[in-house]
Design a protein around this ligand. Structure first.
Ligand code: ZN
Length: 502
């Protein structure tokens, strides 16, 4: 440890809920100012949906906060491209091969396609691309090495399936997820392999499936790794034996993360992860997301309905990462309106000077560093906009906070026009409405109020409202208006179709 590392104190004390202790703790990484984060990534056999986007948005807010506080973050995310079984148990059909057969492609083509889709999805949602993206198929050697260590340490046995981890040899196995092992054993858990010593035991290396397309040589014969081993192997390869933060969805607590802890700690004899960060579920219309309910909405669905990807981010920031959230299109609409208003307000601000308005940053930091209270932190932004301060300083204050929010507020003008284009609004519509607003202004000055009213109605018919501001009338598009239906050019005089108009 260097002197600098020993003396590092993040300017901001961050308090985080740790699944391991079930308590909110003061965050202190192993070797400040460096922080290693391992994030469970995608199994690339299908599209990322809004539930995935929520999980990765939450971990992105965490990494942005750490960087805001001065830490040097290295985030590693795996890509599960080997294909593992359809359930957490090792039975059933391989997800990747299932997808390959469905689409008439090889598993490698499937993996590549969905991996690209996933990373473009998270990029559009302003989710920081991890420093290291590690594919399971490119780390087979590391996985075999780890299984070998576990075998040498006496934690494995062999069955017809392959090499199995003996969970009864790891005394703390039930601790992390507070599992009731005896209750489970007594229950009607499906026996997937009658040679297994304990119901929780899981495969590290599978050798009994010759029809599986992806196979590699190993000390135990040709086969492929179990799912859990890849995360332990790749986390240790890139972040060392001890990882500061591990992120994922809460559904991973009882099996996947429990097994990761068992594998890693039995191999190294040391604590694997210091802080476990888990995101709660996202339901859709009050129900669990599932293929059969046809509610696995993707970012393409979100865009097709006229919402910007960042509206999703704004929606998620308005909830608490540890609380389940219910996704509805109405909720997204109201999030989109809120964000468009915020972009609208920020678009009016001049360039920032770097001088912040006192008081607000402190409020923001105390909310966000308190286990990521994004709702309260966002409320501070409205406070800044409402305050009477120099607009340049308002911009500096808000953009500083946006380093953590990631709503791209510094590019509000572009974001806002992209959003309205998504809703079918074309620049010429707005220009026409603006020229009508000028005429209306003249009519009002000439006290020709009936003409002014007539023009206002025309402007409304084109989907705009006239807001009278101290700087003069402002044209604002209406959220409820169907701009996409206005395909034909409109008459600049009356706002009706050019041919049939006045
Ligand atoms: Zn994982």
């Amino acid at each position: 440890m260097t002197q600098q590392e020993k003396n590092f104190e993040g300017s901001l004390k961050i308090r985080l809920y740790n699944t391991k202790s079930r308590e909110v703790e003061l965050f202190q990484p192993y070797f400040a100012p460096r922080v290693g984060i391992y994030s469970c990534g995608m199994t690339v056999y299908g599209y990322a949906h809004v539930g995935h986007i929520r999980t990765y948005t939450n971990s992105d807010v965490l990494r942005r906060l750490l960087e805001y506080a001065g830490y040097q973050v290295t985030q590693v995310m795996n890509v599960t491209d080997v294909g593992h079984m359809t359930s957490d148990e090792d039975a059933g059909e391989d997800k990747l091969e299932l997808g390959a057969r469905r689409e008439g492609k090889t598993p490698w083509e499937i993996a590549e396609f969905y991996e690209d889709h996933f990373f473009s999805t998270i990029a559009e949602c302003n989710i920081t691309r991890p420093e290291v993206i590690s594919r399971a198929t490119e780390h087979i050697g590391e996985q075999i090495g780890l299984v070998k260590r576990l075998e040498d340490n006496g934690y494995t046995y062999k069955t017809d399936v392959g090499v199995i981890f003996d969970t009864s040899k790891f005394g703390r196995y039930a601790e992390f997820a507070r599992l009731d092992l005896e209750g489970q054993e007594a229950g009607a858990r499906v026996a997937v392999d009658d040679q297994r010593r304990n119901p929780q035991d899981f495969a590290l290396w599978i050798t009994n499936q010759p029809n599986h397309i992806m196979q590699w040589n190993s000390p135990w014969g040709r086969g492929f790794p179990g799912w859990h081993i890849e995360c332990s192997a790749m986390a240790m390869r890139y972040l060392g034996d001890q990882v500061d933060i591990h992120t994922g969805g809460i559904d991973h607590i009882p099996v996947h993360h429990t097994n990761e802890i068992a594998q890693s700690e039995c191999a190294t004899g040391r604590q694997y992860v210091k802080y476990w960060f888990h995101s709660a579920f996202l339901n859709v219309d009050g129900r669990k997301m599932s293929k059969s309910l046809n509610n696995l909405y993707t970012l393409d669905d979100v865009r097709a309905r006229g919402y910007s990807p960042l509206a999703l981010r704004y929606l998620f920031l308005n909830g608490f990462y540890r609380r389940d959230m219910n996704f509805t299109w109405e909720a997204l609409e109201s999030a989109q309106r809120g964000l468009a208003r915020l972009w609208g307000a920020c678009a009016e601000l001049p360039a920032p000077t770097g001088v912040v308005i006192p008081g607000f940053i402190e409020k923001f930091e105390s909310a966000i560093s308190n286990d990521l209270n994004t709702m309260n932190a966002l409320a501070v932004v409205s406070g800044v906009l409402e305050t009477k301060g120099p607009p340049e300083s308002k911009a500096s204050t808000i953009y500083k906070m946006d380093e953590v929010f990631g709503l791209d507020l510094a590019n509000s003008r572009t974001r806002l026009s992209d959003f309205w284009r998504l809703r079918g609004l074309r620049p010429e519509h707005k220009m026409q409405a603006e020229s009508m607003a000028d005429k209306r202004e003249k009519a009002r000055k000439n006290k020709n109020f009936s003409e002014a009213d007539r023009l206002r109605d025309r402007i409304n018919n084109m989907g705009f409202q006239v807001e009278d501001t101290p700087q003069g009338p402002k044209i604002v598009p209406m959220f409820d208006f169907d701009f996409a239906a206005m395909r034909k050019p409109v008459c600049g005089h009356c706002g009706v179709d050019e041919k049939t108009g006045c």
